[in-house]
Design a protein around this ligand. Sequence first.
Ligand code: 3PG
Length: 213
Amino acid sequence: MKTMTAFRAAIDKAPIVPVLTVHEADHAEPLAEALLRGGLSSVEITLRTPAALEVIHRMSHVDDRLLVGAGTIISEGDVDASLKAGADFLVTPGASPLLLDALSNHDGVILPGVSTASEAMARFDEGYGVMKFFPAEAAGGAKFLKALSAPLPHIDFMPTGGVTPENAADYLSLPNVVAVGGSWIATADEMASGDWQAISDKAAAAVKLGRRA
Ligand code: 3PG
């Protein structure tokens, strides 16, 4: 895993993290190259396909400038397999007691999923400073995070779930949002048809979006 300093440097440069579900291991290299060409410096690969771990492994070897995280981490097995595959950071949709136990054995960049003030406070007490706010739009959106920033200014969030190019700037303008995550940057159809140019164009547009916010 990477250090939080390296992760923060990557998302400071480009605060949009594509959250991608990849079905073909052979898409790893062209996908990583397309994201890099567009100027992105991180990607989260969800553990929702049989190819996901190999994709993480192969993407993490393409270029050091691209941090490759594992998402949809829900069990100890997911934690171990992702680290073995070479994941630079781990993202969870929420946190069960068993998962928290497993995560507590590891240092590095771990973004546990939260959707309430109490969950955020509990994770902060356990040592987590940056959390995935999920499912962002369904759980209250940018308004919710803005409200949390008053009593909990010390907690940072990466909202994902319903984030789009249209609402990303609302999130990124908040002081407690360090990055946003979203799947729009590479659709299943674009990957299936090998339309890497479309993906790299959307990555470039996302980088601009991050700069404007
Ligand atoms: C996820 O974990 O699926 C992400 O939150 C992506 O959500 P999105 O498809 O709404 O961008």
